[in-house]
Design a protein around this ligand. Structure first.
Ligand SMILES: CN1C=C[C@@](O)(C#Cc2ccnc(-n3nc(C(N)=O)c4cc(F)ccc43)c2)C1=O
Length: 345
């Protein structure tokens, strides 16, 4: 179909979807979500209820899906994502439980949904739907009973090398998939890695800082428009310098996360005060924070991911191969979970 046909098709779709909550497909949701930015504050908008649910177990009733009516928040906060708090929720009709992130309409970025409606991958947190109710947008997603890697790290102090390598490898698998679809995650860190109940599987979450990259791989200026950068200690030099960025920015962040997993503290913070962005731009990469006890192949892969020049930096795919090789070299995944608390270095 021609561009104009595609546009009119999309306009037709959105027109049909406005004002209702339906069981639909990811692309329906992507179209509707584009109309939510800034959210029409018309008086009707205050009580408007529209959206797309992607799984049967979340059941709209008469084209509505309202908090407290059709679903309820379970007590207790799971976590706080970019611009929103995350709760466990339960569908009143089916009893199905999942997680829900609530974002104010003025803080909502359609990219958060574009990133996870593009397709499904074992290392990316599945989206179960999104609904606008008045001035709030609720994003439904799979519940991960193992909690976040950030929470695990707080409990354990720092992780043994084999565990850190295994989680890094899984995160890089998810990044490889996103980068192949021209999506930059934008905030790779331990808090945005969620774990299965036995903590063996890890998935990427929180696409609140995601950006769509030019398919030709040409970098994109991030510090424009409504873009808000990710976590300062994990920002790549090209991001803090406002240069064009590409998927390599996520690779730098993944190695900052690796240092966080191995040391129990964020990089730069033991050596410099805020604002850190000047140091990140000026200073050499934080290679001195690689624990001396690390296997040489672990140190090598962190160096490859912390190259200041993104063109010389390894890609997610290349780094994942190095992480798998390093895990082999250290003897595979052996560390027990029991272990004692390790005082951060
Ligand atoms: C698919 N999708 C839709 C919205 C999304 O951008 C997000 C998120 C997000 C941010 C911070 N934290 C959590 N978070 N989720 C869970 C969970 N699903 O069980 C969770 C559990 C915790 F213990 C702590 C934080 C948690 C989830 C996204 O990725």
């Amino acid at each position: 179909e021609s561009i104009s046909d595609k546009l009119s098709m999309e306009e037709f779709l959105v027109d049909a979807l406005k004002g209702s909550v339906i069981l639909g497909e990811p692309r329906n949701l992507a179209c509707l979500a584009k109309t939510w930015k800034g959210g029409g504050l018309s008086p009707k908008g205050m009580d408007e209820n529209e959206g797309v649910l992607l799984i049967e177990k979340l059941k709209a009733v008469d084209y509505e899906y309202r908090e407290g009516v059709h679903w309820t928040k379970c007590p207790g906060l799971l976590g706080t994502g970019s611009f929103g708090e995350v709760y466990k929720m339960e569908d009143k009709q089916t009893g199905f439980q999942c997680a829900a992130k609530k974002v104010r309409v003025e803080n909502f970025r359609a990219e958060e949904l574009m990133a996870c409606t593009g397709g499904v991958h074992a290392k990316v947190l599945p989206l179960y739907g999104a609904v606008k109710e008045g001035l709030w947008i609720t994003l439904f997603m799979k519940l991960m009973e193992g909690g976040s890697l950030g929470q695990l790290l707080k409990q354990r102090g720092y992780l043994p090398e084999d565990r850190a390598l295994d989680y890094l490898g899984q995160a890089l698998e998810g990044l490889e998939y996103l980068h192949a679809h021209s999506i930059l995650h934008g905030d790779v860190k331990a808090d945005n890695i969620l774990l299965s109940s036995d903590r063996s599987h890890a998935v990427l979450c929180d696409f609140g800082h995601a950006a769509h990259l030019h398919p030709d791989g040409m970098g994109k200026h991030l510090m424009t428009g409504d873009y808000v950068p990710g976590t300062e200690t994990h920002l790549a030099p090209e991001v803090v310098m406002g240069k064009r960025c590409d998927s390599k920015a996520d690779v730098w962040s993944s190695c900052c996360m690796m240092l966080h997993l191995l040391n129990g503290c964020h990089p730069w913070t033991q050596y410099y005060n805020h604002p850190l962005c000047l140091k990140i731009a000026k200073e050499p990469p934080p290679l001195r924070e690689i624990p001396p006890s690390c296997h040489p192949s672990t140190a090598h892969l962190i160096k490859a991911g912390l190259e200041k020049d993104p063109a010389r930096r390894a890609s997610a795919a290349e780094l994942r191969v190095k992480a798998c090789a390093a895990l082999e070299k250290v003897g595979g995944l052996k560390s027990p979970w029991k272990g004692e608390y390790r005082q951060p270095r």
